[in-house]
Design a protein around this ligand. Structure first.
Ligand SMILES: CSC[C@H]1O[C@@H](n2cnc3c(O)ncnc32)[C@H](O)[C@@H]1O
Ligand code: ZN
Length: 429
């Protein structure tokens, strides 16, 4: 199957490239040619005039089923929000709810230009099934909390996820280990997870230093910062690690992360909304630590539009430094594309538009009043585009949305299922 996108403005996201006009030829799941004019015939042609083609956005930290909890509980401190609202609601969720919640998030992500995401949750079988059907790319972790003795059930489920789904769905699904956070993972089980991850050569996805309360909790318990706690357990030694948040880091904490594989998923909208703080991403980037972008679950972020994260990430640093030159437009977009791809350990396949890479890309309609004129395409993407401007979303060479119509999700059925299930889940909480 050959798909040709003709006469489009191409933004590859490679450091040395500027936006240029040309054609993109996709054969099966890969980009076969990018040039000023492709000569080959294709089975389907999309006219790209008035559109920008760019790599699909990659949401590096998500809890997809939490879309069913969006708007249920806002304006609370993180620990109250989590303990008093989210966890009781999550206890009411059935595996089927999780399937539909994940689908609801995917519908929103596809409609706002996201092609891949990292997910941490429970009932991962249902999540993987939904992803297999819908066609997105994802890195999945079974979230692990070690509050009480569960006789190894959670860890067993994590291993089952890895055994059944790593490399599945034509390679679109990969897996990681997912110890939830320093405050939910004591040293012994955490060491066991680190050992297993090294053994299986799989990455680890974990929350880190999201709130000041976390800093106090870990200091009271272990007399260390959360980052020191993970460092001293050997987390950064061998495995690729995806750290979600990393808001409260000392200079010394940042130095522990230098040289790590993976990096930090910055979630600026969630951090702002929960009043957590501003992650020191400029310092991290200056010290060579990879920083990508995520939304966190819709239960906190309330929207999964990665264009909002791009804007917020750059504006926060400009404000914090009192310096508008911080995180310029192209860097901001790279956070959500090539840098997030590194976090998911899929940067050899996706994250930039290059011949031989997987065809994960989006077309943005820039022929609109709020996107006119076109002085600087990268500025337009970083500062003016929003998710609703995405016209077409392609993953692994397959069109998941065209002319804003979802092609692999029955939207009417999804909305009906989501409304009924969401109402039931929060009843009585
Ligand atoms: C055990 S599955 C994942 C677990 O994480 C919870 N969660 C969602 N958002 C956050 C956040 O910002 N910080 C910490 N934990 C979070 C979610 O409710 C699931 O229970
Ligand atoms: Zn999270």
């Amino acid at each position: 199957m050959k798909l040709l996108i003709k006469d489009v403005t191409i933004v590859t996201m490679l450091d040395d490239d500027q936006p240029f006009r040309g054609d993109i030829l996709i054969e099966d799941d890969k980009i076969k040619e990018i040039s000023s004019q492709v000569q080959e015939q294709a089975d389907k042609v999309i006219q790209g005039n008035g559109k920008v083609a760019m790599p699909g956005l990659i949401n590096a930290h998500q809890h997809t089923p939490m879309s069913l909890l969006k708007g249920f509980s806002d304006d609370l401190k993180l620990m109250d929000w989590l303990d008093k609202k989210m966890l009781p609601a999550e206890n009411n969720m059935t595996p089927e709810d999780i399937y539909w919640g994940c689908k609801l998030s995917m519908a929103e992500m596809i409609k706002s230009g996201t092609t891949a995401f990292a997910d941490m949750y429970v009932h991962m079988n249902e999540i993987a099934q939904a992803i297999e059907e819908v066609g997105m790319r994802a890195s999945l972790t079974r979230g692990l909390v070690f509050f009480e003795d569960d006789k190894g059930r959670r860890l067993r489920e994590a291993m089952e996820l890895i055994d059944q789904w790593h490399g599945a769905a034509d390679g679109r699904i990969t897996t990681m280990f997912g110890p939830h956070a320093p405050y939910t993972c004591p040293p012994e089980p955490l060491k066991e997870v680190i050992r297993l991850a090294e053994d299986k050569k799989l990455p680890i996805h974990i929350h880190l230093a999201e709130t000041k309360e976390e800093i106090v909790k870990i200091r009271d318990k272990y007399n260390q910062t959360p980052t020191e706690y993970l460092y001293n357990l050997g987390l950064f030694e061998k495995s690729h690690v995806l750290l979600a948040h990393a808001v409260h880091l000392t200079r010394k904490d940042i130095s522990y992360l230098v040289g790590m594989r993976g990096g930090v998923a910055h979630n600026p909208v969630s951090n702002l909304k929960l009043g957590c703080g501003i992650a020191p991403i400029v310092e991290m980037l200056q010290r060579g630590i990879n920083v990508g972008l995520g939304t966190d679950g819709a239960g906190s972020a309330t929207t999964l539009d990665m264009f909002e994260e791009i804007k917020t990430a750059t504006w926060l640093q400009k404000l914090d430094y009192g310096d508008p030159t911080q995180i310029p437009a192209k860097k901001a977009i790279q956070l959500a594309t090539k840098n997030s791809a590194i976090l998911l350990n899929i940067d050899k396949e996706v994250g930039t538009l290059e011949v031989g890479k997987k065809a994960d890309l989006i077309l943005i309609d820039i022929n609109k009043p709020h996107l006119m004129p076109h002085h600087n395409i990268e500025s337009l993407i970083a500062y003016s585009v929003n998710g609703g401007d995405v016209d077409t979303t392609i993953v692994n060479g397959k069109i998941l949305m065209e002319n804003r119509q979802l092609l692999t999700i029955n939207e009417e059925e999804l909305l009906q299922q989501a409304a009924v299930r969401a109402k039931r889940i929060v009843e009585g909480i």
